[in-house]
Design a protein around this ligand. Structure first.
Ligand SMILES: [Zn+2]
Length: 98
């Protein structure tokens, strides 16, 4: 059974949703996924085996450690996606299996 997970994904998703609620950017599914994928590619993965109890404390400590890098990666990604949004592409996308 797979118990490990890249908790940077949780932080990037959380941060994207926070920024998107305050900025005037396209938040369609394609742009959201493109922006999050780009930002994650710019950031180091941070894998952890977490249970419900310690997930919050791991997230909080990584959130503090990675704040500056997370912000830089997010704003770069938002700019890149805004400059060339792919929401009109017909490219077939396969959902990631969890
Ligand atoms: Zn869009």
């Amino acid at each position: 059974m797979k118990l490990y997970h890249n908790i940077m994904e949780d932080l990037v998703e959380e941060y994207y949703d926070d920024v998107a609620s305050r900025q005037n950017i396209c938040t369609c599914e394609r742009c959201r996924n493109d922006t999050i994928a780009l930002a994650l590619s710019m950031l180091p993965a941070h894998y952890a085996v977490t249970n419900v109890g310690n997930k919050l404390s791991k997230l909080n400590s990584l959130r503090r450690q990675a704040a500056t890098d997370l912000q830089a990666a997010m704003f770069r990604s938002i700019d890149i996606v805004a400059a060339a949004p792919r929401h009109d592409d017909d490219e077939f996308l396969v959902p990631v299996e969890e």
